[in-house]
Write a protein that binds this ligand. Structure first.
Ligand SMILES: C[S@@+](CC[C@H](N)C(=O)[O-])C[C@H]1O[C@@H](n2cnc3c(N)ncnc32)[C@H](O)[C@@H]1O
Length: 196
């Protein structure tokens, strides 16, 4: 694992104890994005960067759920949440940039509010494509860097804004079927399918 990814892991391990305190505020910002996207999941589902499992209760009954996250601290909370909800889910430690799953192993891949923290989002989206079966469903919701005046926001020290997950998804082999913005344009959701 490279140093940047290791740093992200340490950061989320430290933050894991307090992460869910922001759940209410986040709901205000992202609206009903969680139930709306999770509700479309079908079959064998992989949630990448599952965190503390805030999406777990929103999946339809009958899906076969696997979650992966870099941080053992976040995963411990996700496991406790799954147990509390009486859900069966395989929750494992791993790196989104190097997924330990076979090609075409899933019908749906979902990733929420995490691509913005993964150092190499192109590699992560390439891995999501690899583990999806051809025609499989990709569901994303993420913060984006707003580039239009007057709300121009950019990470300190970066010359160019982070690229839109939707654009990168198209480049690595997804066909985008639907996308839209919430939270004054700061959060984008994407529904796409693996092409080829
Ligand atoms: C902002 S939290 C979002 C958690 C969850 N998806 C949600 O919607 O609440 C970002 C999560 O991404 C995870 N993460 C960051 N980089 C990762 C990577 N390379 N591979 C897997 N998980 C990663 C962090 O550990 C953290 O749990």
């Amino acid at each position: 694992m490279d140093e940047r990814t290791e740093r992200v892991r340490r950061m989320y391990d430290r933050a894991s104890g307090g992460y869910d305190r922001g759940e209410r505020l986040q709901r205000f910002v992202i609206g009903d994005a969680r139930p709306r996207l999770c509700g479309r999941a079908e079959g064998r589902v992989l949630e990448v960067a599952v965190g503390t499992g805030q999406n777990l209760g929103h999946y339809p009954p009958g899906v076969e759920l696997t979650g992966v996250d870099l941080s053992p601290g976040m995963l411990a909370r996700a496991r406790a949440r799954a147990a509390g909800l009486g859900l069966r889910a395989e929750l494992v430690e791993g790196d989104a940039q190097e997924l330990a799953f076979a090609d075409g192993a899933f019908d749906t891949v979902l990733c929420a509010l995490a691509l913005c923290t993964i150092p190499d989002q192109r590699r992560a989206l390439g891995e999501m494509r690899r583990v999806l079966r051809p025609g499989g469903l990709l569901l994303l919701v993420d913060h984006i860097e707003y580039t239009r005046w007057p709300l121009r926001v950019r990470e300190a020290g970066k010359e160019r804004p982070r690229r839109l997950p939707r654009t990168v998804a198209e480049e690595v082999g997804f066909g985008v079927e639907e996308h839209g913005r919430t939270a004054l344009g700061f959060v984008e959701h994407v529904v796409a399918r693996r092409t080829g």
